[in-house]
Write a protein that binds this ligand. Structure first.
Ligand SMILES: Nc1ncnc2c1ncn2[C@@H]1O[C@H](COP(=O)(O)OP(=O)(O)OP(=O)(O)O)[C@@H](O)[C@H]1O
Ligand SMILES: [Mg+2]
Length: 233
C-alpha cells in the first residue's frame, strides 16, 4: 500500500473542552488511487490531510507511506519525505508574497534538493503555469493575481517535484466552472498517465464524478467512512 493510516486521532483542547477533530481513522490508499474526501465544514478534513502529509503530528495512530512509519522518523527524514513524495495544495493562500508566480512554483525544489539549481527547472515551471492557464503571469506577484489565479499558481507548484502523491484541500473551491474543469482534467491526466495518487478534499461531487475510478470517503464529526457514489459510468 502506498498510504496506510492506522487509528489516527487528533484532538484539540479549547479551554477546558476537548475536541476530537479526527476520531480513530483507518484506511489505505493504493498507488494510482484517486480519493475524494467529502464532508461538512469542521468535520476534520484538513486536519486529516495535515497528518497524512507530515504537517500535524497525530495524538495517536500511524501514517505509513510506502511502509515507512512517517511520524516515527526524525524531523529531517520526515521533511525529506514531505518534500520528495508529496505535493500540497493548501486550502488557504500559501504563496510567498515577495516572490513572483514562477518563483513560487520553483520554491519546493529548494527544499527537496537544496544544492540543486532551480533555473534548470524553469522550463517545467513554465509548462506547469501554462497548463493552469497562467502562461502570461509568470512574473506577477501574488498581490497582482486574482484569488483564483493564486490558487492556480499553488496547483502548479504542487507538481514541480513530480510527486507521487498530491494532497489537495479544496483545490477548485473559488474557481469558475471552466477553470475548475481544466484543473480536474490536469488531475485526471496525472492520475491516469503518471499514476499520481490523489487525495482531494472537495465540497463538489462533480469532481468525484469526472474522475475515472474515484474512491469516495465521507468525513463526519472526525469519523471517516468509504461511500459509494455511483456515477453514470
Ligand atoms: N489549531 C486548531 N485549534 C483548535 N481547534 C482546531 C484547530 N484546527 C482545527 N480545529 C477544529 O477541528 C475541527 C476540524 O477542523 P478542520 O479544519 O479539520 O475541518 P474541515 O473539515 O477542514 O473544515 P472546512 O471544510 O471548513 O475546511 C473543527 O471543529 C475546528 O474548529
Ligand atoms: Mg478544511
Amino acid at each position: 500500500m502506498l498510504i496506510e493510516c492506522k487509528d489516527l486521532v487528533k484532538k484539540y483542547r479549547l479551554e477546558d473542552r476537548e475536541l476530537q477533530a479526527v476520531d480513530h481513522v483507518s484506511f489505505s490508499v493504493a498507488e494510482g488511487d484517486f480519493v475524494a474526501i467529502l464532508g461538512h465544514s469542521g468535520s476534520g478534513k484538513t486536519t486529516l490531510l495535515s497528518m497524512i502529509g507530515g504537517l500535524a503530528r497525530p495524538d495517536q495512530g500511524n501514517v505509513y507511506i510506502n511502509g515507512v512509519d512517517c511520524w516515527r522518523q526524525s524531523e529531517l527524514k520526515l521533511a525529506g519525505m514531505r518534500n520528495q513524495l508529496i505535493g500540497f495544495i493548501f486550502q488557504f493562500g500559501s504563496l510567498i508574497p515577495t516572490m513572483t508566480a514562477i518563483e513560487n512554483v520553483l520554491l519546493p525544489l529548494s527544499f527537496a534538493d537544496p544544492g540543486s539549481d532551480p533555473s534548470a527547472k524553469i522550463p517545467l515551471a513554465r509548462e506547469l503555469l501554462d497548463q493552469v492557464g497562467l502562461a502570461d503571469k509568470e512574473n506577477s506577484f501574488p498581490a497582482q493575481l486574482s484569488g483564483g489565479q493564486q490558487r492556480r499558481v499553488a496547483i502548479a507548484r504542487a507538481f514541480i517535484n513530480r510527486p507521487g502523491i498530491i494532497l489537495a484541500d479544496e483545490p477548485t473551491g473559488d474557481l469558475d466552472e471552466d477553470t475548475e474543469g481544466e484543473i480536474l482534467e490536469i488531475f485526471r491526466q496525472y492520475n491516469t498517465e503518471k499514476k499520481t495518487t490523489f487525495l482531494v478534499v472537495t465540497h463538489n461531487s462533480k469532481l468525484v464524478l469526472t474522475q475515472n475510478n474515484p474512491r469516495t470517503f465521507l468525513m463526519k464529526d472526525g469519523q471517516f467512512s468509504e461511500a459509494r457514489i455511483s456515477g453514470s459510468t
